[in-house]
Design a protein around this ligand. Sequence first.
Ligand code: KG4
Ligand code: ZN
Length: 334
Amino acid sequence: NEENIILAIETSCDETAAAVIKNGTEILSNIVSTQIDSHKRFGGVVPEIASRHHVQQITIVLEEAFEQAKVTWDEIDAIAVTEGPGLVGALLIGVNAAKALAFVKEKPLIGVHHIAGHIYANRLQQEFEFPLLALIVSGGHTELVLMKEHGTYELIGETLDDAAGEAFDKVARTLRLPYPGGPHIDRLAHEGIAHIPFPRAWLEKGSYDFSFSGLKSAVINYVHNVQQRGDKVIVEDVAASFQASVVEVLTEKTFRAAIENGVNQVIVAGGVAANKGLRTSLKDRFQETKIPLFIPPIHLCTDNAAMIGAAASILFNEQKFSQWDLNGKPSLLL
Ligand code: KG4
Ligand code: ZN
């Protein structure tokens, strides 16, 4: 494998991020400017606001990432950027910044899939062992991906409706918790008792697919019924019961997929991988097996550019460069 230093950009949703990554494994700098506060009062990400923030922040985070990395432009081998999926107006800011830099500094350009990035966040912690199973759980994605070698992704399961993070955020909204709701549910869940029997969507026998919209509706109905009776909703118990349902399904399907596909490593990625209940449950479930399970530290689970640089390093080694027609692709497939 060639040595490489990559300057990476991520602007697919509500974080403006830039990082400098060496050989796909070493973080020289990793800068994230979050816009969460600007979207909070709307209860979700407002695409128009996201784009405007990216425009304001992109140069600042790029300069900071470059300076902190203590590298010269000569040492940088390529410019990488998330090309999709994500909000098109948000993606375009990163893609255009990357193109401008690549053009001016005469560097190759590398378009990276956002989910490949989330997966490769794990390689900043430890080397991959194939075949590998990745559970990706974020605001927009819930996927089980089988990897037999670097850069190849076989989608073996996915959500049929809401993403796990989306379910967390929608349930949080019902409970009148601030956006993004995942961390609040997580915190409250630890103070409550998971006694409410919310459904678990196992789907057809043997399926690795997920469904969270039924669970979300069950929680909303439960809360409305309690309120209609004039009783008080015990938010902690609702959070604990909802989280228990999500965590149980994610853990069991990941466990079964790992065993049935004979993998040598399981990795977890995406914002929901920050969930304490999920981290504990997966660790407990895999402890009894010989399959090593890895979950990145929380700052590498949520959106960042270090993960994009890590994924780009593989594309760099394979000389898979993008052309000047690189564009933001809102529903790019892995
Ligand atoms: O990966 P990410 O930062 O952005 C996307 O690509 O979607 O994931 C954001 C999602 C949000 O839905 C947020 O509520 C969820 O991750 N999240 C959590 C936790 N921290 C973030 N969900 C559950 N528990 C958490 N601790
Ligand atoms: Zn993400």
